[in-house]
Design a protein around this ligand. Sequence first.
Ligand code: GUN
Length: 306
Amino acid sequence: MSAKLLDGLSVAKEIKSEVAAEVKALFETHQIKPGLAAVIVGSDPASQVYVGSKVKTCETLGLYSEQHTLAETTTTEELLALITKLNAKDTIDGILVQMPLPKQIDANRVFAAISPSKDVDGFHTENVGRLALKQTGFVPCTPAGIMELLKRYDLSVAGKRAVVLGRSRIVGLPMALLLTHADATVTICHSKTPKLREITKEADIIIAAIGRTAFVTTEDIKLGAIVIDVGINKLSEETEVLRYFPDYTNRLAELEKKGYTLIGDVEPVCDTVAGYLTPVPGGVGPLTIAMLMKNTVKAARLRRAI
Ligand code: GUN
């Protein structure tokens, strides 16, 4: 391996301890406890784990939190009724509706219903517009966490060529905006991009958020590139684990124990070509939750003009 691994877990820890100190100070000075409402619709196991972890982190850092679990068959109107209540509730500063939502729910109406001042996910059109125009607002947690990771490792993006794989509202699109504001030259690639791999090969920075197992290979990256892997995919076959992790006996042990092991959108062997690489797990994932906590405290302050 030649790449330096970017340790998202320790950067997330650092951010969380800063948030905990801020929460304590807010309480001591203003008797305020920032509050987050996490809403989950249905019983997707991964979403259950993510939301559980968000609520638990609130408790650990001293924030107030509440979890609302709605049935898989919930209608858009029912979800909107809950959001209206949470918008009006004074103990709640941030509202998070876990994605993906069941098919019958109109996600755009849900994003639009959350008060922009409580939109700690940054998915409301107003916050997307604010981000596009480089104005103060809420920035989606995963791309915000990636910018924080780059900053804390002193990796400057100004003047660099960045390629973002994926154009989602949650990661790709806001990521491209943040990198543009930080003076990178940004290309967004997606499923309809011709000769995508020729484009990634030119990049100084690659953000892989395309949702496909080991999509980025050693052939696709420039020697020394900064590679940020946003993917979270499961491998549940021994042959696959041996193929992608030939030197990692711990991955086979994990497969045996849990029935799967995680892999990103980047082939792990890219650590022989990249200059910097985020591991999966332990790279981008922990930063998303840390930034959600930071956004919730920011919401609590902004709502009270503190
Ligand atoms: N699903 C995957 N990532 C996210 C996120 O950052 N926020 C929400 N609400 N749902 C997600």
